[in-house]
Design a protein around this ligand. Structure first.
Ligand SMILES: NC(=O)c1ccc[n+]([C@@H]2O[C@H](COP(=O)([O-])OP(=O)(O)OC[C@H]3O[C@@H](n4cnc5c(N)ncnc54)[C@H](OP(=O)(O)O)[C@@H]3O)[C@@H](O)[C@H]2O)c1
Length: 360
């Protein structure tokens, strides 16, 4: 498809939160999308964006100039939102549950980071490098609900991003059977103010509510197949997860052991990672990393501080590939949780949707 010169007008729901701020930062000079609509809760509505985030702007860059003076809307200001070709949703789960459907019903596609619709069997949970063909379910989603232009596409939980793409690169060559994951997740994954400093400094919290279930179930949907108008989860693979909160600002680590149906060598796995490219790279989407998986040969990498910003925070760094005494192999994966795991991942989803003609 030929892309028009004019940028698409887009909105951000939950624009004042941690992920909403990351969206604004990443979209500042985006070649295809221009942010024209921001919505948040009652405490922010009616204020300029700069006023609404005063004292709680967490990005390293300043607030984009064009966004500073935009007046934050109430979430129910659908009349104002209608100027948008689509919206990103960075709402908390309960608000997302209510409002994402209302936006879609009003004809505004929603590209969401929230977990509200991740389990819905006709809502694609998209990682563009893995399951772009799941977007084929959108017409069925619209037909079932009587929606004309609107639809909902979601992103997975941020922790998956550190291990699922490296595992998928192997899975498409040698199907996985068992995966054991231990995550070390950054504090920014809990939004702001998140975990109290008193609870996380000098500490590790071995519990994140709901996270282990998401880490075990969501991969099955993403690796699943389209059948009779629903996404059927993959069978024949078992995931087990331990999820921990650690005193790191950004960057989720996953320590992974896995077994496959056939025997592999570490040289083959490294080759699969080093040569892995997928649809976003073939389509040259603006936010697609050139190297989606970067293998670090050093014995002590990847590390959050050194590797989370690889390819603008969109690449996944892997390292420490070695034999496992219980399963076949083990490795360490790392991704930037608020970029690849949240806003950057949402933008890549939207770029794929746009390039494939879903925003009418
Ligand atoms: N942080 C991560 O790394 C990460 C990664 C992946 C996915 N996610 C998901 O992304 C979503 C946002 O996460 P976050 O960390 O950015 O959360 P957050 O910092 O708590 O931000 C929540 C946003 O939702 C808005 N909001 C809350 N209640 C509302 C209401 N009743 N009506 C309208 N807007 C409302 C807030 O507006 P006010 O500022 O006005 O209150 C704020 O803009 C969550 O669903 C989260 O699970 C987060």
């Amino acid at each position: 498809m030929t892309l028009p010169m004019k940028k698409l007008k887009v909105g951000i729901l939950g624009a004042t939160g941690m992920v909403g701020q990351q969206y604004l930062s990443l979209l500042e000079h985006h070649p295809w999308f221009e942010v024209v609509f921001l919505a948040a809760s009652e405490q922010s509505a009616g204020k300029s964006y700069a006023e609404a985030v005063k004292g709680r702007w967490h990005m390293q860059k300043n607030i984009p100039v064009d966004a500073s003076d935009l007046i934050v809307s109430r979430i129910d200001d659908l009349a104002h939102a209608m100027q948008c070709s689509f919206v990103f949703s960075a709402l908390d789960t309960d608000t997302a549950k209510l409002w994402e459907e209302r936006y879609a019903a009003a004809g505004i596609p929603v590209v969401s980071n929230a977990s509200a619709h991740r389990k819905t069997d006709d809502v694609p949970m998209l990682i563009p490098e893995i399951n772009p063909y799941h977007l084929g379910i959108i017409p069925e989603q619209q037909k079932r609900r009587g929606w004309k232009k609107g639809f909902i596409v979601v992103k997975s939980n941020c922790s998956l991003q550190s291990y699922l793409t490296p595992l998928y690169a192997i899975h498409r060559h040698a199907p996985l059977t068992k995966v054991m994951i231990t995550t070390l997740q950054a504090v920014s994954g809990a939004g702001h103010p998140g975990v109290a400093s008193f609870d996380i400094l000098d500490n590790v919290v071995p519990f994140i509510r709901g996270e282990e279930e998401k880490s075990e179930q969501e991969p099955l949907k993403i690796l699943g197949t389209l059948q009779n108008g629903t996404i059927k989860p993959a069978i024949g693979i078992t995931f087990a997860a331990h999820c921990n909160r650690v005193p790191v600002l950004d960057g989720h680590i996953a320590c992974v052991s896995f077994s496959c149906e056939k025997k592999l060598s570490s040289d083959v796995i490294k080759k699969l990672w080093n040569e892995f490219v997928a649809l976003p790279q073939q389509l040259q989407l603006p936010s697609a990393p050139k190297h989606p998986i970067i293998y670090r040969p050093e014995e002590d990498r990847p590390q959050p501080r050194l590797d989370r910003d690889a390819e603008g925070g969109m690449a996944i760094s892997v390292g420490r590939l070695r034999q496992c005494n219980l399963l076949d192999f083990r490795f360490v994966g790392l991704s930037h949780n608020t970029i690849r795991g949240a806003a950057g991942g949402g933008i890549l989803n939207a770029e794929l949707l746009y390039k494939q003609g879903y925003f009418l």
